[in-house]
Structure formats: structure tokens, C-alpha cells
Design a protein around this ligand. Structure first.
Ligand code: ZN
Length: 590
């Protein structure tokens, strides 16, 4: 057994202290390391950079030395080697935690949030051994409590005390929240579920738990077993002024949401913000099957010292992104119109993306580490999202299977097979497993393979979704303006995304390939100060277009670094690349 003790050393300095006790350490010198990345977020983040100091000692003094200190040497960016010693080896170290995200760790006088991958060193060749964690109650914060789905060994009424995991992978798969959160409990097929909210908020917790229980129940029934495959589940939610994000775990998820996205008790229907929050919860909950228990072969086990490549994220993130919003419709939380609004947004993102012309969705998955997770100003020209394109592929496969089989088969059959063959068995999926399963269900549904799937996954060929939607009773229209105009200080203008937050100029955030702005020579990072000799503002940008015809020129004055440039933009027709979906026939819904 490996024993970890976690203490809040200095909340104001954001310091945790961890003590790690290893009985019978490696006689050749114990190796220790911290993960470079956290499962679910495919980017090397080098968590070890936050280890401030580290010391080692032994329960038996070594040789002739009086001291029980054991020499410990750093051997690469995330690994240490201790000198050979006998007795129990104790490692003590401090970790700086000041990243308020779902991926890392955060500590101040208001709360503590912990991902084990940021805090707990793994012991080389002992990763399969049981891990015991003792969370020490901080004397400075007597009202704080613990929330985690980690299996309890023996804890007090506030959750401080001993937890027990079957191995290191489990230890780092249970995020921990410590603080004065509020908690709402509900049950799904007899399994206890809860949501905790940390941060200042006045949300209607009863309403959230009621809505979440419907979503969770829907997903449990979806995979066919009804009873979910865990003992408990917790939505660990950090509420902030402005934020959005989630990370899936086996028995819980970590969420960040905006305060205004949570419902107040006097709020009537589900508004856009709350719909977004419920969609996020639905997404992470679906992952407890689709990526946590059904997994790519490459993730058995997770190798956390470096990148692990897979082409399958179109399925693990794309299919999850498709069913997250669909579940809200299917369990009666949102209307069909509301669902089509969400689908319009997804289809528009794919339609307006230029990266899909040069990168396939499987390549996007493979390159997630250096491209999708490291997006720059050229991302929309260079990268296709395996989330959005993957969701559209899932939509198309789902509609095609249903339409070919008169509703007898759907993508749900694929997911249920996947769960039975790869989830309940913990047998990883190879690069083509999910694609083959789609075709297998297609043979049952129609006697043939899905005709568009190979091209959708491995090529940059345009996907044609229109006939499938039309058959489903949905009308698709292409327009030049967003479904819902943005209200903030950005404007899409002749192929550039302009940010007017300074009031006196516009910063060019992105430039679309082959757009009038690019042809004029404007680049991302430029600062436009005048549009047709008038100071740059949202108003002047919009007005100029109003009075110009296609083919007319607009003079732009801008600074590139500190150098003034004058450029001519030739006005072109706006692109029809915003998608609006409406109900054509309410009887044809699937
Ligand atoms: Zn996801």
C-alpha cells in the first residue's frame, strides 16, 4: 500500500503539502514522477513545474550517517530518484496551486480544488498497488467539508480522513473539492448522485437536481443497463463570474460555469445559459461510459509521461457532443425548436470552419496535442474540430440508420454494442472499432455500409447533411447573418474577426483564408485605427458596408506593430455560411 497525506499548508500562498510513505522502496533507488497531462485534456501541461521543493527521509538511518535524510535527485522535468534506503521511505513536497480550471489544482482562503494528477507523485513499478489517501482537516478553516467520489475508508462527518483507491489511476481519477460548498442530492436507479456548487451564487439547487436527475436517468436507460456502472456520482461545480468548462472522470466530473448560467428560483423556462449548463452536465455524464469505461486501446493504461496518440476522438468527443444536447430534448427539458437552435450553432461552426478543407477529423484527433489544444489566430483556417464535425458525423449516422431501417436502428444501437463489447469488458477500442460497429449496425438496418462514413472520417470532402435533415422534417437554410447576433464587442467583417474593446481601434483577431481582408493584406494582430478615413468603431465598420457596393474599395489604416499601413479592401458578397434550421414537419421527428 502507498500512503499519501494531503495538507493545506498555506492557503494564502496557495501551497499544498503532500507526504508520501512507501514501505519497502525499490532497493536500487526509488523512482517517482508526476503526470505530464491529465486524461480527458489532451495537452502536455507539465504539472511538475508546480512542485516547489521535495525532500526524502527514511525510517531507518542510513549506514554511518546520523541523519535519516535520503538524497533525492531530479532526473527529468517530472521525475525524481531517491538514493537506495531501507525501512519506509517518506517523501514530502509542496505544490503551488493557483490554476482555477478543471484540469489542475487551486487553493486559496475560499476553497481547495484538487486533481490528483497535479498533486500525487506516482511510485515507479507500484502503479497497480492500492493507494491510501489521508486528507487532513485544516485548522484555519473549521467549517470546510470534502466532496469527492473517491471510495471512503474512514472519514469524519465533514469528509476528512482516509480514502482508499485500488490503484494510482483511480487515485488521480477522483477530483476533490474542499470548502464551504452547497450540495444537492438525488438518486438515479437507486445510485446516489449529487451536485456541489462552490463560489458565490444564488442558484435554485432544487431545480438543478430535479433537471439533472432526468438527464442522468436518460443516459442510464440509453446504455441499456438502467443501473449506472458506479456506486455514486458527483458533479463538482465551481461557479465564477464568467467561465465554462468540464472534465470527465469515472464517478464524477469537474465543471466551471458562469454564475448567470445557473437558474434562479423565480426564473421560468430554461434560458440559453442554463441550457448550456445542462448540456455541459449531460456531456460529462455521457463520458462516464464513452471514454472512461469504453476507451481507446491506447488509453489502457493511460501513459501520462508524454503524448498518447489516437484517431478516435471524433467518436469519444463527437458522439458525446451529439448526445449531450439531444438528451435535453429527449428527456423533455427543451423544445424541438430549442434543440434545433443548438444544432444550427453546431452546423454553422462546421460550415464556417476552413480547417475542414485541409484536415480530416481523424487527423484532428491525432494532432489534438499540438493543434486542437494549442489553437492560435490561424486555427479556423487550419484545424477542424473533432467535437463539432464529430457531432455532425454522429447526427448523420444516427439519421441515416433510422431512415434506412424505418426507425428500427439508430446510433444508440452502436453505443449499446460498444458498451457491451468494450465497456463492460474493459477491452479497448482499436482505431477502426467504432467505425466498423457503425457499419455492422448499418448492415442490419439496410443491408449495406454507411456510404458517407469513410469519407467523413478520413477525408476533407464536404459532408451533405441537408437530405437527411429534410427527411427528418427539418428545413435547412444558409444565411449571411448569425442565427443569434453576438452582443459583445466583436464583429465579423469581410472575413476578419475584429475586436473593438479599446473604443478607439479594432484589433484583428483572426483572418479568414481567401477573404477580402486577407486579399487586402490585413493580418491577425494588426490594429485598425480608421475605416474609410473614419475612426474605427463597430458603427463605422457597419456603416461603410451599408454604403458600398460589391467591387468598391474601402481604405483601411492600421498599425502593424508600430508601423502605419494603408490598405485597400475590395468589398465582396457576404458568404452564406450561417445555418438556420426550422421545423418543416412535426410528424417526422426522430
Ligand atoms: Zn468531452
Amino acid at each position: 500500500m502507498i500512503n499519501y497525506t494531503l495538507s493545506i499548508a498555506n492557503a494564502n500562498a496557495h501551497h499544498f503539502e503532500v507526504e508520501l510513505d512507501i514501505k519497502q522502496p525499490d532497493p536500487n533507488g526509488q523512482l517517482l514522477s508526476l503526470p505530464a497531462w491529465i486524461p480527458g485534456s489532451y495537452m502536455v501541461r507539465d504539472f511538475a513545474k508546480n512542485i516547489l521543493w521535495i525532500r526524502a527521509r527514511s525510517s531507518i538511518a542510513n549506514g554511518s550517517a546520523d541523519s535519516d535524510e535520503v538524497a533525492i535527485e531530479k532526473i527529468d522535468k517530472q521525475s525524481w530518484r531517491c538514493d537506495p534506503c531501507s525501512g519506509t521511505l517518506s517523501i514530502c513536497y509542496a505544490v503551488y496551486a493557483w490554476d482555477l480550471s478543471v484540469r489542475s489544482a487551486h487553493l486559496d482562503q475560499t476553497h481547495a480544488f484538487i486533481n490528483g494528477s497535479s498533486l500525487f507523485l506516482s511510485v515507479a513499478n507500484r502503479e497497480k498497488q492500492k493507494c491510501h489517501l489521508n486528507i487532513i482537516s485544516p485548522s484555519d478553516f473549521p467549517e470546510w467539508k470534502v466532496a469527492t467520489a473517491m471510495p471512503i475508508d474512514k472519514v469524519n462527518s465533514r469528509g476528512f480522513g482516509n480514502y482508499l483507491c485500488s490503484d494510482y489511476e483511480e487515485l488521480i481519477d477522483h477530483p476533490i473539492e474542499i470548502g464551504s460548498f452547497v450540495r444537492g442530492d438525488f438518486s438515479v436507479h437507486g445510485v446516489p448522485h449529487s451536485i456541489i456548487l462552490t463560489g458565490r451564487q444564488s442558484a435554485d439547487l432544487a431545480r438543478i437536481t430535479n433537471d439533472l436527475s432526468k438527464i442522468c436517468e436518460y443516459h442510464c436507460n440509453f446504455f441499456g443497463d438502467k443501473k449506472p456502472p458506479m456506486q455514486q456520482y458527483i458533479f463538482l461545480t465551481t461557479v465564477v463570474g464568467s467561465g465554462y468548462g468540464g472534465l470527465e472522470h469515472r464517478d464524477s466530473c469537474a465543471l466551471i460555469c458562469s454564475r448567470e448560467d445557473l437558474p434562479l428560483s423565480d426564473r421560468g423556462k430554461i434560458d440559453d445559459g442554463y441550457r448550456k449548463f445542462l448540456g455541459l452536465c449531460s456531456h460529462e455524464y455521457f463520458h462516464l461510459w464513452n471514454i472512461k469505461r469504453i476507451r481507446p486501446t491506447q488509453f489502457y493504461p493511460y501513459r501520462l509521461d508524454a503524448e498518447v496518440y489516437t484517431k478516435q476522438l471524433w467518436a469519444y468527443e463527437g458522439i458525446t457532443s451529439y448526445f449531450d444536447d439531444l438528451a435535453l430534448l429527449k428527456c423533455g427539458l427543451i423544445s424541438r425548436e430549442s434543440y434545433l437552435e443548438l444544432l444550427s450553432e453546431t452546423l454553422t461552426r462546421v460550415e464556417r470552419n476552413r480547417g475542414k478543407e485541409i484536415q480530416s477529423v481523424t487527423d484532428s484527433s491525432f494532432d489534438a496535442w499540438t493543434k486542437f489544444y494549442k489553437q492560435d489566430e490561424n486555427a479556423n483556417n487550419a484545424i477542424v474540430s473533432y467535437y463539432t464535425k464529430g457531432a455532425v458525423i454522429a447526427l448523420m449516422v444516427d439519421l441515416w440508420l433510422q431512415q434506412e431501417s424505418s426507425g428500427k436502428y439508430s446510433l444508440k444501437n452502436v453505443m449499446k454494442d460498444l458498451w457491451q463489447q468494450h465497456g463492460t469488458t474493459a477491452l479497448g477500442t482499436d482505431e477502426k472499432t467504432i467505425e466498423k460497429l457503425c457499419h455492422k449496425v448499418a448492415i442490419l438496418a439496410s443491408g449495406r455500409d454507411i456510404p458517407f462514413l469513410t469519407a467523413a472520417l478520413y477525408s476533407t470532402k464536404q459532408m451533405i447533411v441537408e437530405p437527411l435533415l429534410k427527411k427528418d422534417g427539418v428545413k435547412i437554410e444558409f444565411t449571411t447573418t448569425p442565427f443569434k447576433p453576438s452582443t459583445h464587442k466583436t464583429l465579423n467583417w469581410l472575413g476578419a474577426e475584429l475586436n473593438f474593446s479599446s473604443h478607439k481601434s479594432a484589433e484583428v483577431r483572426t483572418v479568414r483564408n481567401d477573404s477580402p481582408i486577407q486579399q487586402a493584406g490585413v493580418s491577425a494582430g494588426d490594429t485598425i485605427i480608421a475605416i474609410d478615413h473614419i475612426q474605427a468603431s463597430i458603427k463605422s465598420a457597419k456603416m461603410t458596408l451599408k454604403y458600398k457596393q460589391i467591387g468598391d474599395s474601402i481604405t483601411i489604416h492600421l498599425f502593424r506593430r508600430d508601423e502605419l499601413m494603408e490598405l485597400k479592401v475590395v468589398v465582396a458578397a457576404e458568404l452564406n455560411n450561417y445555418i438556420k434550421l426550422t421545423i418543416l414537419d412535426n410528424n417526422k421527428k426522430s
